[in-house]
Design a protein around this ligand. Structure first.
Ligand SMILES: Nc1ncnc2c1ncn2[C@@H]1O[C@H](COP(=O)(O)OP(=O)(O)OP(=O)(O)O)[C@@H](O)[C@H]1O
Length: 233
């Protein structure tokens, strides 16, 4: 299932005197079913970390293993297959296809995998049955993000990577999106890694990672995480 293991991972950009260390000496092991919240200042390496786990990028050093796949020893074609089958992505700005309806956006993801979840059931679960034939431009930000979560879940992925999924939402829509991601980890044993600038969201995490200057400077487990509904933000 969706285990995540990084061993002495570094990621650099550029060369020699202009080299930037986006990540260094990152070692991490996350068990399936964990809801991980990743905090850290701008430029600390949070997005880079998600990109490596999601096989959108490869490390400069070290090893990345996700859901039993060694992403550092795979070809680009294998990584594309891994992204397609194993990972659901949720971004800050939804990234829906504007010319497709909500339902078609979810269907498009479902068609990528052999054992998808039912798009209509997912749209019902995110409270959007009545809006499924609407285009993204006809939906509010919160509704679009709920479609994006339904799209990510449609693939029934082992790992969900969410980069500031509530960053552009009002608090009520944000809470709904959060609850969907949280339940997916809790009820279905999937691994969710979520980057956020909102410190309050650490309370709902099973595990909190804090990055600074490309290193993990805090790695804490919450014995009794709160539910998204309990957190005021
Ligand atoms: N393609 C790139 N080329 C050069 N440097 C990059 C590239 N991508 C990221 N970086 C640098 O790597 C470092 C980490 O970036 P990253 O986007 O992972 O940070 P972040 O914690 O997600 O920041 P933010 O909260 O602002 O999104 C930064 O110094 C950034 O400027």
């Amino acid at each position: 299932m969706g285990s995540v293991r990084l061993s002495r991972v570094a990621k650099t950009y550029g060369r020699e005197e202009t080299r930037v260390w986006a990540l260094r000496e990152v070692t991490l092991s996350v068990e399936p079913g964990t809801f991980v919240v990743i905090l850290g200042p701008s430029g600390s390496g949070k997005t880079t970390l998600l990109n490596l786990i999601g096989a959108l990028d490869v490390p400069s050093e070290g090893r990345v293993e996700v859901a039993g796949h060694d992403l550092t020893r795979s070809t680009e074609a294998e990584r594309a297959r891994f992204r397609r089958h194993k990972v659901g992505f949720v971004f800050q700005f939804f990234n829906l296809v504007p010319t497709l309806t909500a339902r078609e956006n979810v269907l498009l993801a479902a068609e990528l995998v052999p054992h998808p979840r039912d798009p209509d059931a997912l749209l019902a679960a995110v409270g959007l049955s009545h809006r499924k034939h609407h285009f993204p431009g006809e939906l509010s930000g919160g509704e679009q993000q709920r479609v994006a979560v339904a799209r990510a879940l449609a693939k029934n992925p082992e790992v969900i990577l969410a980069d500031e999924p509530t960053g552009s939402l009002d608090s009520q829509s944000g809470a709904q999106v959060l609850a969907l991601l949280w339940r997916f980890a809790r009820d279905e044993g999937r691994t969710v890694l979520m980057v956020t600038h909102n410190q309050a969201l650490a309370q709902i995490a099973d595990r909190v990672l804090r990055l600074k200057d490309g290193r993990i400077v805090e790695d804490r487990r919450n014995e009794e995480p709160r539910t998204p509904e309990e957190v005021v933000w």
